[in-house]
Design a protein around this ligand. Structure first.
Ligand code: ADP
Length: 480
């Protein structure tokens, strides 16, 4: 029993639908109460007015007759009136003696109201109404007291009383009907309110269940967006897209970790194998030097990957150190190009430059150098013998746009979409083979993108298979 009350309490006060239903009831109750009071007061006033008017007219007609006739004829006149009067009549003379009574004795059992009216009527103050409820208990009366005159002198008072039981019966019926209808409508609105709220809130339960499932690891769960209410549908749509992001972020994270360990495991395995081979039997100093040199290459490669990963992790955490200073981009690009000229020349690759003068950007020179270095190296990797690599820098709409273009294999649109992802390599098999020879881990462009974005710029690629590739780096100009 106690538990039942507790449950009800929890359901009504601590659920939205319970409170909504309760609000319905309170509002409805208030409206009903106000409406009831209004109807009652207007109606009762109207009804009693009607009664009073009728009594007044009747009293007037009797008094008129009495005024014009002889004292001895009074009982006759009054009796005649009572023939068609449904109530009580009393005639009192100035001495206070009751001359005539028909129906109830109005003056008897009176608590003072009628007597007072009688006295006032005696003084000639026109006509007085009294309502009495105590008169003979159940017999509620509306009483009028009117003075009777002879030769302009008051000689008595006529009391007419009308039973109001009929009216009260009707009112009683009205009360119970109103009460019943009110109660019924409250119950109905309570139930309807509760049901409507439950229906509207049903998706909330679904949302809660799905959110719980997602947070406990079932990342593929989605909400059914086939919901009637627009607000809920919008909520579901945004939640679904949040789940989508969550899943793809989670998967990316998983992939990243797997890729990272994979990238490090391969060189580690190779290193281990080579060290084992080196230790198998004694060797000359020359041989050791040669082998250790090879080991150092592998270690450097691993170091590069770890450094790259660190850079990316820092960028993810918003900790990438970017010290922005005015940088003469024109000069910087020329310097970087100088470094590559000999290497390019060895492979019969031309470098063609078209760099605007006095390009100044606000940037971290080290980072910018790294980007251009990366792009030139990539271009070099894919440039065939006797081809040209272009390096240009121009101003375009308040931005410095650096372009590095080669005449190599090019990159298909599908590959372009993922080009800037971590560990993405266009030709995985071939890239893996080239581990020994400094093939990248697929982190270079990902880092470029992070750095460019940290500078408020953008990087993009234009390419088609077999048509070479052009990388564009947009950086905001330093405007002073
Ligand atoms: P990595 O550090 O291994 O070079 P990147 O992020 O720099 O990785 O490049 C990602 C992939 O994009 C590489 O697999 C590479 O084959 C491809 N790629 C980069 N630059 C070019 C280019 N100029 N032409 C064709 N493919 C390119």
């Amino acid at each position: 029993m106690i538990q039942w009350i507790k449950d009800l309490h929890a359901n009504v006060f601590y659920t939205f639908r319970g409170r909504l239903a309760m609000l319905y009831v309170v509002v409805e109750l208030t409206i009903l109460l106000i409406a009831g009071l209004l109807i009652y007061s207007l109606l009762s006033r109207q009804v009693y007015n009607d009664v009073d008017e009728e009594l007044y007219a009747q009293a007037q007609s009797v008094v008129n007759e009495l005024n014009h006739s002889d004292f001895t004829f009074w009982p006759f006149h009054v009796r005649e009136f009572t023939n068609h009067f449904n109530g009580s009549v009393q005639l009192v003379d100035t001495n206070g003696d009751i001359q005539f009574t028909f129906g109830k004795n109005l003056l008897q059992d009176d608590t003072g109201g009628i007597l007072k009216a009688l006295k006032q009527a005696m003084t000639g103050r026109s006509i007085i109404f009294v309502s009495t409820e105590t008169l003979l208990r159940a017999d509620n009366m509306r009483v009028i007291a009117a003075a009777v005159r002879k030769d302009n002198e008051i000689v008595g008072v006529l009391l007419l009383g009308r039973n109001t039981q009929e009216i009260q019966k009707i009112f009683k019926l009205l009360y119970s009907l109103g009460g019943f209808l009110g109660l019924l409508s409250i119950v109905i609105s309570c139930v309807v309110g509760y049901m409507m709220a439950r229906r509207a809130l049903k998706p909330i339960g679904q949302i809660t269940a799905t959110a719980k499932a997602v947070s406990s690891g079932d990342l593929t769960r989605r909400l059914d967006s086939d919901v009637h209410d627009k607000e809920i549908r919008e909520l579901i749509t945004s939640l679904n897209s949040m789940f989508e992001d969550l899943e793809s972020n989670f998967n990316a994270q998983k992939r990243f970790t797997a890729d990272a360990s994979h990238e490090l495991r391969i060189p580690l395995t190779i290193l281990k194998g080579e060290v084992e081979v080196a230790l198998r039997h004694p060797r000359s100093e020359e041989e050791y030097k040669h082998l250790l040199g090879q080991h150092l290459d592998i270690i450097e490669r691993m170091q590069r990957i770890v450094n790259d990963l660190l850079t990316l992790a820092r960028a993810d955490a918003g900790l990438l150190e970017v010290v922005q200073k005015p940088v003469d981009l024109s000069l910087l690009l020329q310097e970087i190009a100088q470094h590559h000229l000999i290497l390019f020349d060895d492979h019969k690759i031309q470098l063609e430059m078209d760099i605007d003068d006095d390009l100044e950007i606000l940037a971290d020179a080290g980072h910018i150098e790294r980007i251009v270095f990366n792009l030139l190296n990539n271009a070099f990797k894919f440039a065939p013998r006797n081809s040209t690599i272009y390096l240009s820098a121009h101003v375009y709409e308040n931005e410095a746009v650096i372009m590095v273009k080669d005449q190599g294999l090019g990159i298909s649109p599908d590959q372009q979409k993922r080009l800037f992802d971590r560990f993405y390599r266009v030709d995985d098999a071939r890239a893996r083979q080239s581990h020994h020879h400094g093939g990248g881990a697929g982190l270079g462009l990902a880092i470029c993108k992070r750095i460019v974005e940290a500078h408020g710029g953008a990087i993009r690629v234009e390419s088609a298979l077999g048509k070479g590739a052009a990388f564009f780096v947009h950086l905001p100009l330093n405007r002073l």
